[in-house]
Ligand binder design. Structure first.
Ligand SMILES: Nc1nc2c(ncn2[C@@H]2O[C@H](COP(=O)(O)OP(=O)(O)OP(=O)(O)O)[C@@H](O)[C@H]2O)c(=O)[nH]1
Ligand SMILES: [Mg+2]
Length: 367
């Protein structure tokens, strides 16, 4: 007769990652099993053992829950990061998960307090053992209830770990446009970034950042996935790019490929440009036509080539002009020396002015 197969609980199926509660509860029950109560009599030790099991399992669970939320509580997400996670994870998912975890922590603490009181007037090893067992059951169900929230926090954490942390307030150039037009090639030309470059669309699937020295400030240069500009339809990579254009850019560099290498006509690309101008009226957009070594149209757009380097210096000048110190510099009084004399004529007039924060020096980012 065939041997009956032992059922494997779903959470322990090989190859399937168990839900977070399994790991947390394993650690809690293991630590609780190691308690060594001291006491004069066996009755005292029995009761103390039961109490210590409750206390230690609770403490272990709470410590694990706090570890899961720590990343979000210690450094709250920036507005841009919040906007980034809204599409893939759903608006409000993070706050809801954090709220539910806080509530679970409170309920677990309450449960443990109540159990400690009850154990105070429970006697006999069987009765104490039964109480601990039922406490473990309730503790486990509270932790299992927040499994979806823990999964959500872990997934959001992983997603953000794979994205660059943009410095808030620092000038940010977001390089965007249709897929395969040469965005990453320009990012590599302009900044320290070395993104993957290849002749197929959606080589870039997530944003990345490099830096460029503007002379007066450090520019964050953000590479983005291509956007096809279909109305009402976009894949996650396109949405990420559009969010970055709308929420992180001091200036957008809109890259048009006029060559026949592109699967999309320059007119089609310009339709997306027009839509973004409408959708993000306050975001300055600088337009370049790239691959000038292959093709060029006669219009006012700056012509550049990431291959030959043509136009790159002009492009940097244009970028500098758009992120140069604005009217938000310190008031003129601050540029006057202590004895009241103006610095007029001083060869290093601007150098004597205390450097304002990047947020004041450059056009403010929208949030
Ligand atoms: N001849 C020429 N080829 C270029 C130029 N810039 C980019 N390319 C080529 O165009 C192709 C696409 O370049 P990428 O920089 O990867 O384009 P992308 O816009 O980042 O592409 P996605 O990330 O897929 O959206 C690659 O084969 C590049 O070598 C250029 O100025 N001249
Ligand atoms: Mg790319």
């Amino acid at each position: 007769m065939a041997r009956a197969r032992r059922a494997v609980p779903p959470s322990r199926t090989p190859g399937v990652r168990p839900p977070p509660s399994v790991e947390i509860l394993d650690a809690a029950f293991h630590r609780a099993s190691l308690v060594t109560p001291r006491g004069e009599t066996k009755a005292t030790r029995d009761r103390l053992r039961a109490k210590l099991k409750v206390v230690r399992s609770t403490a272990t669970v709470l410590r694990h829950l706090r570890l899961e939320t720590r990343r979000f509580v210690r450094t709250p997400l920036t507005d841009f990061e919040r906007a980034l996670i809204a599409d893939p994870f759903g608006e409000g998912t993070l706050d809801r998960a954090l709220r539910r975890l806080r509530r679970a922590e409170e309920r677990i603490r309450g449960l443990a307090r109540e159990e400690e009181r009850t154990l105070g007037h429970t006697a006999g090893p069987e009765a104490l053992g039964a109480r601990v067992k039922s406490f473990y059951g309730r503790l486990a169900s509270f932790v299992r209830e927040v499994d979806p929230d823990l999964e959500a926090l872990r997934a959001i954490g992983r997603y953000l770990r794979d994205r660059p942390q943009l410095e808030s307030g620092a000038p940010t150039l977001v390089v965007a446009g249709f897929p395969n037009v040469g965005k990453s090639s320009l990012v590599a030309r302009l900044s320290t970034a070395r993104p993957k470059i290849a002749d197929y669309p959606f080589t870039t699937l997530a944003i990345s950042v490099g830096h460029a020295d503007l002379g007066f400030d450090r520019l964050q240069v953000v590479d983005t996935p291509g956007v096809l500009g279909r109305t009402g339809r976009s894949n996650p990579a396109e949405t990420e790019a559009t969010t970055t254009v709308g929420k992180a850019a001091t200036v957008v560099l809109f890259v048009i490929d006029p060559s026949d290498r592109s699967d999309h006509s320059a007119d089609e690309q310009e339709t997306l440009l027009a839509r973004w101008r409408e959708e993000f009226p306050t975001v300055p957009i600088l337009v370049v036509e790239t691959k000038s070594d292959l093709a060029r149209r006669s219009n006012d757009h700056l012509k550049v080539s990431a291959v030959t380097g043509e136009g790159i210096d002009d492009l940097l000048r244009e970028i500098r002009a758009r992120v140069k110190p604005t009217g938000e510099l310190p008031p003129i009084e601050e540029s006057i020396t202590e004895d009241g004399s103006a610095l007029e004529g001083s060869p290093s007039r601007t150098e004597n002015v205390e450097s304002p924060s990047p947020a004041r020096r450059t056009a403010r980012r929208r949030s």
